[in-house]
Ligand binder design. Sequence first.
Ligand SMILES: Nc1ncnc2c1ncn2[C@@H]1O[C@H](COP(=O)(O)OP(=O)(O)O)[C@@H](O)[C@H]1O
Ligand SMILES: Cc1cn([C@H]2C[C@H](O)[C@@H](COP(=O)(O)OP(=O)(O)O)O2)c(=O)[nH]c1=O
Length: 224
Amino acid sequence: MLVALEGIDGAGKTTQLHLLEERARRQGLRVASLSFPRYTETVFGRCVAAYLRGEFGPLAEVPPRSAALLFAGDRLESLELLSRLAAESDLLLLDRYVASNLAHQGARLAVSERDAFLAWLAHLEYEVFGLPRPTLTLYLRLPVAVASSLLATRAQQRRSGARDLHEENAAYLARCAEVYEQLASAHADGPWEIVSCVDEKERLRSPEEIQVQVWSLLERYRTV
Ligand SMILES: Nc1ncnc2c1ncn2[C@@H]1O[C@H](COP(=O)(O)OP(=O)(O)O)[C@@H](O)[C@H]1O
Ligand SMILES: Cc1cn([C@H]2C[C@H](O)[C@@H](COP(=O)(O)OP(=O)(O)O)O2)c(=O)[nH]c1=O
């Protein structure tokens, strides 16, 4: 079973993945995880890191198709590992996957060009590269303003304090969220479920409370 965690930067994907891994292990499941981009492990991953540091020029000057190819190449280089982990485990958790490329690069295009781009990229990754489709994609939905403040705290906590080119721009994150909503409602590449990370008053829910909902969704899809 392949479960992808998706959401804008700072939505809590890594936090939820760790909680999920712990719970699945406690239940005796064989669980594995993989986080994309694999910044240091693949040739393409190292190019992605350079792109996010601005070494290929300002974000607006790198065409979305070119950037998308770097992220997709990172997954292609990881295909053997991905297949092995999927075969060896009951549950393979992915911290970002193909949908991240669709949302984060699609968000850089005008609305009128997006659908053609999304179709091109999904075809490239799933058909041409042969990447497996997720059993379930969980979209962690978080308002951009809340995500931005979590990212600011996280950047302070990390030693470098640095934020990458994507994280710097709230308007861009809002467009990413818009594409994610589109993908979730179209059930792009398989079933999607939306998990709201805030309550009705837009207050952040605790990681544990979110986890309870995430776990019950995994049970419903019989992935755990
Ligand atoms: N529900 C939550 N409540 C409060 N803080 C959270 C919550 N989820 C995540 N965080 C914190 O917010 C920051 C971003 O979370 P992270 O899991 O790294 O997000 P992502 O992997 O989606 O970018 C981290 O510092 C994390 O500890
Ligand atoms: C995996 C992936 C990420 N991205 C983007 C999403 C993020 O803005 C950026 C870096 O991803 P990541 O390091 O996961 O960001 P964070 O931990 O802050 O959530 O790259 C793509 O554009 N395409 C992809 O295929």
